[in-house]
Design a protein around this ligand. Structure first.
Ligand code: NAD
Ligand code: UDP
Length: 316
């Protein structure tokens, strides 16, 4: 059978996850259109794709409408690290909300599936553990994280209303902490911070006492999950948790990073930021049942690959 080359739009395609998704889709023989305003994305992330005739880049802000003809849309545009999304909180909410309206409008006109990169942050500081999709969350609507959390929650509302009202085929993926090569070295997320600090021989900054937990998913596993969710024949809208259920304290992550880099860095304790969730672990039973997906890369292996990337890109 002749291979059908899909045209796939990725908003935020020059970012960390978006650029890995672009690699996978190009590798599978599809045509990728990347729309990005380069707020937190980098040309370096997609430089290797620029000569490919089936890869296009549009400098575009998703808060404005976009007119393209595509077969699928992955809506990833939005700064993801607390440092970046709190830099211009109004723009963060606009990106999530107006970006969702614009991408849903596009999907409605074209009658194509659209996947929303939602987040475990919709659960806020969760009071049930692990988090299942039924849980409605515990989010402070007026705190410093609200621009991101509430923006993503409102985007989910829009996705489900376009689905119910206009029959748009949606997929809402609740992504849990994801890490890997191409994370922005200064974006303040814990994995990149610890690796950069360890490689620079600077103190590792643990916020609070380090007993808070996160569950870290390697980017290749995450991308595989997003593609399986998009391509599932059942047209299930979700929401579906996608992440790695292996849970670690932040102190364990710090110790593992120091050991694996062979660093002489000390550990320094800093104030815990306001509304920092105390625990987080995805229940992935629904995603597993629908697509057969499960993460395959343990933290130690993914960290080794990420450390190797940071060494060559930022410390060579
Ligand atoms: P990232 O910051 O590396 O990528 C986001 C991309 O979106 C960047 O290239 C940025 O320039 C672009 N962007 C931001 N605002 C835009 C706008 N208004 N118009 C067009 N482009 C814009 O972050 P990431 O980790 O790759 O995250 C990708 C998506 O996944 C985000 O929507 C994020 O909320 C979601 N997500 C990520 C994680 C994670 O752990 N990495 C967890 C949950 C959800
Ligand atoms: N964190 C930390 N040191 C850092 C950066 C982050 O201890 O240098 C903590 C942070 O307070 C949070 C966890 O690590 O408890 C994960 O933070 P990140 O910003 O990566 O993601 P999120 O809080 O959005 O899950």
């Amino acid at each position: 059978m002749r291979h059908y080359r899909k045209r796939v739009l990725i908003t935020g395609g020059a970012g960390f996850i978006g650029s890995h998704l672009a690699d996978r889709l190009i590798g599978a023989g599809h045509h990728v259109i990347c729309a990005d305003n380069f707020f937190t994305g980098a040309r370096e992330n997609i430089a290797h794709l620029l000569g490919n005739p089936f890869f296009e880049v549009l400098r575009h802000d998703v808060t404005f409408p976009l007119y393209v003809e595509v077969d699928e849309i992955y809506n990833l545009a939005c700064p993801a690290s607390p440092v970046h999304y709190q830099f211009d909180p109004v723009q963060t909410t606009k990106t999530s909300v107006a970006g969702a309206i614009n991408m849903l409008g596009l999907a409605k006109r074209l009658r194509v599936p659209v996947l929303q990169a939602s987040t475990s942050e919709v659960y806020g500081d969760p009071q049930i553990h692990p988090q299942t999709e039924e849980y409605w969350g515990n989010v402070n609507p007026i705190g410093p994280r609200a621009c991101y959390d509430e923006g993503k929650r409102c985007a989910e509302t829009l996705f489900f209303d376009y689905h119910r009202q206009h029959r748009v085929p949606i997929r809402v993926a609740r992504i849990f902490n994801t890490y890997g090569p191409r994370m922005h070295p200064n974006d303040g997320r814990v994995v990149s911070n610890f690796i950069v600090q360890a490689l620079a021989g600077e103190p590792i900054t643990i916020y609070g006492d380090g007993s808070q937990t996160r569950s870290f998913c390697y980017v290749d596993d995450l991308v595989e999950g997003l593609i399986r969710f998009m391509e599932q024949p059942a047209n299930e809208p979700g929401p579906l948790n996608i992440g790695n259920p292996a849970e670690f304290t932040i102190r364990e992550l710090a110790e593992m990073t120091v050991r694996m880099t062979g660093s002489a860095s000390s550990i320094e304790y800093r104030t815990l930021p306001q509304d920092d969730p105390k625990q987080r672990q995805p229940d992935i039973a629904r995603m597993r049942a629908l697509t057969g997906w499960a993460p395959t890369v343990p933290l130690e292996e993914g960290l080794a690959r990420t450390i190797a990337h940071f060494r060559t890109r930022h410390f060579a």
